[in-house]
Write a protein that binds this ligand. Structure first.
Ligand code: HEC
Length: 360
């Protein structure tokens, strides 16, 4: 026989009997609905208040730990409207509570032909520069050698009160110790009357004590190991099945090649990001992307495979079911979701309003 046999048509799910295809369809729908409920859980567990799903910032908090600041930094950067104590803010020590503030304001207002607003703005800019310099000093982990003279980083723009800045060979240096002496030690010295005297800020070591940070937070190793193995074993099984099913459809080969293994691959990347996020928060931000790819590719697999399984009649039935479910969700469940998000947003708004109430 020299006639070439025609190539055998490739097997696809479509050739299976209706009972098998129906079973597969219900399986796919279950996985889809299951995944949606996993997203609901994700919302309650990890999304920031008032948000539907976790954003990069939330992922950083969960996997890397909240960016905690020391008491010193908080007292320096918090709004002046907070109470003037160890829980509130020491910021006004640079402005209205600083020595000679009113006098300096009057002098500058005069120099600006009576423009008090411009004078105050200029003065506040310089004082904010002092604060920025102290924060920069904290970033150096309060390097002993920089207490008296700290070089400013390249490209520093913020103006700083002139008397604390020296310039050598075009390099600017700031006298950190002198700033603390003028702005803080006025009240924070050992024999001072008043409560601030109990907390002297007599030098670098006193200052540094308030810059320590305790407990970085983040998910515990035990918890991380547990979620990792649940995801790797449980979800790998599901994504493996949906992937194999999708690979047996009649979509173009390249498409099957990319989409079929994608949720599995993205999940491996996702989970390695969870672990790497402990080292660097940049990986925590990647989690939102890798997690998004898992979700998107899984949804594609489910929808496309469902479409492949049936002819036009079946597809129309599927579309009707989807529209019905969607409408039920929109009318019956969505209002609750909305209410829940609104309530959380209101709580957040209330908290920040409290925070800036003068003296509150
Ligand atoms: C006008 C006086 C005054 C000035 C100036 C001042 N503070 Fe205070 N500071 C206080 C008072 C009052 C408290 C509250 C003490 C208490 O808890 O009883 C306080 C509390 C603190 C605490 C918390 C102490 C603790 O252990 O609870 C720190 C830290 C602090 N100040 C840092 C600073 C720094 C840094 C500066 C300079 C930028 C500064 N303060 C300037 C009066 C002052």
């Amino acid at each position: 026989m020299d006639a070439v046999a025609p190539p055998r048509p490739r097997f696809s799910l479509r050739t299976l009997g209706l009972p098998t295809r129906l079973t597969l369809a219900v399986f796919l729908v279950s996985v889809g609905v299951g995944y949606l409920s996993a997203l609901v859980q994700l919302h309650f567990q990890h999304a920031g208040p008032g948000k539907l799903l976790p954003e990069p910032e939330d992922a950083v908090n969960v996997f890397h730990g909240k960016a905690k600041t020391s008491q010193m930094e908080r007292l320096l950067v918090s709004s002046e409207h907070k109470p003037f104590n160890g829980q509130g803010s020491m910021r006004s020590a640079f402005t209205k509570r600083s020595g000679g503030w009113e006098k300096e304001l009057r002098r500058r207002t005069k120099a600006k032909d009576g423009d008090a607003a411009a004078a105050e703005k200029e003065l506040r800019e310089e004082r904010a520069g002092e604060i920025a310099a102290l924060v920069q000093f904290i970033r150096t982990e309060c390097d002993k050698d920089q207490w008296d003279s700290m070089p400013l980083p390249e490209g520093w723009k913020q103006p700083i009160t002139e008397k604390y800045v020296t310039e050598v060979n075009g390099k600017k240096k700031v006298a950190i110790g002198a700033i603390v002496e003028d702005r803080c030690a006025r009240c924070h010295y050992a024999d001072a009357g008043g409560s601030a005297g109990q907390f002297p800020l007599a030098g670098r070591d006193d200052f540094a004590e308030y810059t320590l940070i305790f407990d970085g937070g983040g998910m515990s190793i035990e918890k991380l190991a547990q979620t990792s193995h649940i995801h790797l074993l449980g979800f790998a099984m599901l994504y493996g099945l949906t992937g194999v099913l999708f690979s047996l459809t009649s979509y173009p080969k390249l498409m099957r090649f990319v989409i079929a293994p994608l949720p599995l691959l993205a999940q491996i990347v996702d989970i390695s990001f969870w672990w790497l996020a402990r080292i660097d928060p940049i990986f925590a931000q990647g989690i939102v992307i890798s997690g998004g790819i898992v979700a998107l590719s899984l949804m594609l697999q489910i929808v496309l495979t469902l479409l492949h399984l049936f002819g036009w009649t079946g597809r129309i039935v599927l579309a009707l079911i989807a529209v019905g479910l969607g409408a039920a969700f929109y009318l019956k469940i969505f209002p609750y979701v909305q209410q829940h998000l609104d309530r959380n947003r209101a709580i957040v708004a209330m908290q920040s309003a409290d925070a800036i109430k003068p003296g509150g």
